[in-house]
Ligand binder design. Structure first.
Ligand SMILES: [Ca+2]
Ligand SMILES: [Ca+2]
Ligand SMILES: [Ca+2]
Length: 318
């Protein structure tokens, strides 16, 4: 009975969660960030490139738009170094190979990661400050149909071109080009997350990797964490698995076993700030691989809901 109730709650969480904002509310990540190609990696972006995938359920037939908030570099949100001189390109891909090319699912932009059909591209300078730019309309079938990832897949690559400033931005998958209107059952995922943390020490950010049935151990990598508090994983059976943490401009990696009960579940990776010395404007990159070195996807809406160690579940009637 408890199991049935838990399952019901999980389904409920998935169906009501805000799926199409990237980052999603449930991740509590203020912005994505990508630096110009002449940026300094020690400011928190290891490769000046961020790849996101959007999932359109096969049942959705109407055109979709991929909207970008603050795509330019030069406003109040963006991270300035010297004068603003950065250009940033956003490109949308669909079609065969978009997600199924092996290079598309790595945590580094190497090889044929720009696989698939190029559907739209635009380079931004200091324009579109605090405004939404809409790519599309796209027919859902111009994405790549993937059973594994749950529908038609579109890929957006944000790439820092010239300049050394940081572009802060976010996405929304919408049915409208003029407002943010959700697509029922939509989702988004990435294989490497590069994002801005909150400044407030009370805020906790989250990313949600899906652990499939063949994962027996994971290896996590975090870049430029600046010793900003604790990094830990919560699973369906464990309260906290502590991760090795990076300092300024370096990678730290650690390996962790996966239990039988944790297969086919979502992990909650938590980014806790340093309570007494919270880092300001902290940008961080993060990925996870399985025991074969294959990168695992982080879903903006966690598959099956946020994990809660079983004994922690309390049914409190209101
Ligand atoms: Ca921006
Ligand atoms: Ca600059
Ligand atoms: Ca940092």
């Amino acid at each position: 009975m408890l199991k049935t109730f838990t399952l019901f709650i999980s389904i409920l969480i998935v169906s009501v969660a805000k799926a199409q904002s990237v980052p999603a509310d449930i991740e509590n990540i203020p912005y994505l960030i990508t630096f110009g190609s002449e940026g300094e990696a020690s400011w928190g972006d290891d490769d000046f490139c961020q790849v996101f995938f959007f999932v359109i359920p096969a049942t959705h037939k109407d055109p979709v738009f991929i909207r970008v908030y603050d795509p330019g570099i030069g406003g109040e949100l963006d991270e300035q170094k010297g004068t603003f001189n950065t250009k940033c390109n956003f490109s949308v891909y669909g079609g065969t190979g978009c997600i199924t090319d092996k290079d598309a699912t790595k945590h580094n932009p190497v090889g044929n990661y720009k696989s698939g059909n190029l559907l739209a591209t635009k380079t931004f300078g200091n324009e579109m400050d605090k405004e939404w730019y809409s790519f599309g309309p796209f027919n859902p079938t111009s994405g790549e149909l993937s059973k594994k990832y749950g529908g038609y897949i579109f890929k957006v690559i944000c790439e820092g071109k010239e300049g050394d400033d940081g572009n802060l931005y976010k996405y929304f998958l919408s049915t409208s080009n003029s407002k943010n209107q959700e697509i029922e059952g939509g989702n988004a995922f990435t294989f490497e997350y590069t994002f801005r943390m909150h400044d407030s020490p009370t805020e906790i950010s989250h990313v949600y990797p899906y652990i499939d049935s063949k994962v027996i151990s994971i290896k996590q990598g975090n870049f430029d964490w600046d010793n900003d508090g604790e990094l830990k994983i919560i699973t369906n059976t464990r309260y906290a698995v502590y991760l090795d943490k990076s300092g300024d401009g370096d990678w730290k990696r650690s390996e962790h076993d996966v239990n039988e009960k944790e297969k086919e579940s979502t992990f909650d990776v938590q980014f806790h700030k340093n309570k007494s010395r919270p880092a300001k404007n902290n940008n961080v990159s993060f990925y996870i691989t399985n025991q074969y070195g294959e990168t695992l996807p982080f879903y903006t809406i966690p598959i099956g809901g946020v994990p809660k160690p079983e004994s922690k579940i309390k049914l409190t009637p209101r």
